[in-house]
Design a protein around this ligand. Structure first.
Ligand SMILES: NC(=O)c1ccc[n+]([C@@H]2O[C@H](COP(=O)([O-])OP(=O)(O)OC[C@H]3O[C@@H](n4cnc5c(N)ncnc54)[C@H](O)[C@@H]3O)[C@@H](O)[C@H]2O)c1
Length: 327
């Protein structure tokens, strides 16, 4: 259970791309807590300095400010690295519909640059962030690896292409790659601001500020909301997985199903707010329901998520209350 007791060879070095982002900064923190060396790479395009500031004086931490669009930067970042946790990318389905060329450059070319750099440097394990959006319009639930539909956005297509390269790099070059299809991750340090923010941090911040949140659609859409601790566990366990499990993709979720209106009402209750939301139009490229079968990750990575939605949301609310109060 969990990841706190995982061990790696002494002196192991990790590279986390997208280190100044939500998931990346949490991975950096967990690796430092386990006692290993970690290098972060980020260009601060959507990430924040404040997410990595607290690690800056840690003796096991170093940071490279640079972009994965530049292959030489990727090669330098992978030097002397055992494990790559590749998180850098542009997220958000609606934004990708507005700027597809940019998504292609960062999410596809950037990921290919990183895989190639990892191969050139003899990295042991290359773990990369994919997304549940690759399931597209596949209607069957729970979502199962190998049963994908047509993708509905440029973002989803970039992740699908990344997965294709991941498989090829294992097959052609013996680089052990593991694609993790995250399902709606939430938790501390997720950005609550801006038009493309994820719903949970956005609603928490709006409710704390007595603003009226907008729910896209009728609110009856459901998702497998996954607490950040489970995602950290999946990344670290993938680093310890066998080579037989490489070249594959894995659903990373809790395996639950939460409806958006219920989450909204739960947040109102927890924060003591009686604010009625506005119901807006549905978002293009969105699917109605999504939840995951996590059997493959359990069987092949030993993934065993400990944090259900209620436990995670309680901790997330506390964190946002604290951090927004002290901001
Ligand atoms: N958060 C989720 O629910 C979720 C769900 C599915 C998949 N993912 C994937 O997980 C990964 C991390 O997502 P997140 O939620 O932490 O997003 P985030 O935006 O908080 O973090 C991404 C980080 O990547 C950095 N970055 C972007 N372009 C870069 C570039 N060219 N060079 C270097 N750094 C760059 C950003 O500055 C940012 O710090 C992404 O690959 C995302 O697609 C996230």
């Amino acid at each position: 259970m969990g990841y706190e007791n995982l061990t790696f060879p002494e002196g192991s070095r990790f590279l986390v791309t997208g280190a100044a982002g939500f998931i990346g900064s949490n991975l950096v923190e967990a690796i430092l807590q386990l006692g290993y060396k970690v290098r972060g790479l980020d260009d601060f395009s959507t990430g924040k300095q404040e997410n990595v500031e607290e690690f800056s004086r840690h003796p096991n931490y170093e940071f490279i400010e640079g972009t994965i669009i530049d292959h030489d930067t990727c090669v330098g970042a992978c030097e002397g690295v055992d494990y790559v946790l590749h998180q850098a990318a542009w997220g958000s389905v609606p934004r990708s519909i507005e700027m597809p060329l940019f998504y292609e450059e960062v999410n596809i070319r950037g990921t290919l640059n990183m895989m190639e750099a990892a191969r050139q440097n003899g990295v042991k394990k290359f773990v990369y962030a994919s997304s549940s959006s690759v399931y597209g319009d596949e209607p069957n639930l729970p979502k199962q690896e190998g049963r994908e539909g047509n993708v509905l956005s440029p973002y989803a297509l970039t992740k699908k292409v990344d997965e294709g390269y991941g498989k090829l790099y294992t097959k052609l070059y013996n680089l052990d790659t593991y694609g993790l299809r995250y399902f709606n991750v939430f938790g501390r340090r997720q950005n609550p601001d801006g038009a493309y923010a994820a719903v949970i941090p956005k609603f928490i911040k709006q409710l704390l500020n007595d603003e009226i949140p907008t729910i896209n659609g009728d609110g009856k859409q459901s998702r497998d909301f996954t607490y950040i601790e489970n995602v950290i566990e999946a990344n670290l366990k993938a680093c310890k997985a066998s080579s037989e499990a490489a070249g594959e993709v894995y659903n990373i979720a809790y395996g639950g199903r939460e409806y958006l209106v219920d989450i909204y009402n739960g947040l109102c209750n927890a924060l003591g707010k009686g604010i009625k939301p506005i119901f807006g139009p549905e978002r293009k490229g969105d699917i109605k329901h999504s939840n995951a079968d996590i059997g493959k990750a359990k069987a092949l990575l030993g993934y065993d998520p400990e944090w259900n939605f209620e436990r995670g949301i309680t901790e997330a609310i506390n964190w946002y209350q604290e951090s927004l109060r002290s901001a």
